[in-house]
Design a protein around this ligand. Structure first.
Ligand SMILES: [Zn+2]
Length: 282
């Protein structure tokens, strides 16, 4: 999965630091990240002159300090002083297909952080401009004292099985057109297991039992922590699909998975779970 980058290591413990000549700098503008792409390989820039005061420490990548740009320069102002060809601003989905993988994961993580910082500029309670805390990754209000920590929304990915069949779906109205599994955000006041049962019922009309936790995945593409669960059909297998959420929902035999899914990426928890069922691993 995208976060499985060993032996590389991303350490996101926050420390107040300033960039130097060895630093990697993530310049995110309106959800797009500055990178140089050559033959499917990513490079990120170092410190761009004139931006130092707007860079905040993001994380360490293999011991190298990485910073995130929070300033207001336009893309062309940032790229104007870079040497070399091919500097471009790409959105998170472009990173799915780029290498090295640990650089792609770092980029998605940086975009998640950037989205949080960009929506955490003012206090939601009193409207005052928020300030950076010095000790931890947190924004605080100098007027009313409210503290705002990074937002991560928990969501579930659900593999519903019935013997040698698995319930596979396609999203309605999204660019992503491959088969997926049922997914949904956890509501306030709900356990992850309750989210599983509710989302399956809402999207496909079937009931489930024997809900078992599989693995989790930080999914910066949607600022989410994905929690993977397997469960079994309980009762009728008749599907009543929610057409506002899904365009396809159908039972797929284990042996047919290869035919409906045209190859697998090794990025997502969804695909790992489909493969785990196909290969009888879980
Ligand atoms: Zn406030």
């Amino acid at each position: 999965m995208i976060q499985d980058i060993m032996p590389h290591r991303l350490n996101n413990h926050y420390t107040e630091k300033t960039p130097d000549g060895e630093s990697i700098c993530f310049y995110a503008v309106e959800g797009r990240l500055l990178m140089q792409v050559s033959d499917g390989k990513i490079s990120y820039p170092g410190l761009i002159p004139g931006t130092q005061k707007d860079l905040i420490f993001a994380f360490e990548l293999d011991g190298r300090d990485c910073f995130l740009y929070l300033g207001r320069k336009k893309p062309e102002e940032l790229t104007g002083s870079l040497s070399g060809e091919g500097w471009t601003f790409e959105n998170a989905s472009a990173l799915r297909a780029l290498n090295p993988r640990y650089f792609a994961f770092a980029g998605v993580t940086a975009l998640h952080l950037a989205a949080w910082y960009q929506s955490s500029r003012f206090c939601g309670r009193c409207g005052t401009a928020l300030e950076h805390d010095h000790a931890e990754r947190m924004m605080k209000c100098p007027s009313c004292g409210q503290m705002k920590y990074p937002s991560i929304a928990p969501a579930v990915i659900v593999a519903v099985t019935d013997g040698d069949r698995i319930l596979m779906t396609k999203y309605a109205g999204r660019a992503y057109s491959r088969f997926a599994l049922i997914a949904g955000f956890t509501e306030i006041g709900e356990t992850a297991e309750e989210t599983v049962a509710r989302e399956v019922l809402e999207e496909t009309g079937v009931r489930v039992k024997n809900i078992r936790y599989y693995r989790s995945q930080p999914w910066g593409f949607s600022q989410t922590l994905l929690l993977g669960f397997f469960c079994e059909l309980d009762g009728s297998d008749e599907i009543h699909m929610d057409e506002s959420e899904l365009s396809v929902a159908e039972w797929v035999e284990r042996g047919e998975i290869e035919h409906v899914q045209d190859g697998y990426d090794d990025i997502s928890l969804t695909n790992e779970m489909i493969c785990a069922f196909r290969d009888k691993i879980f």
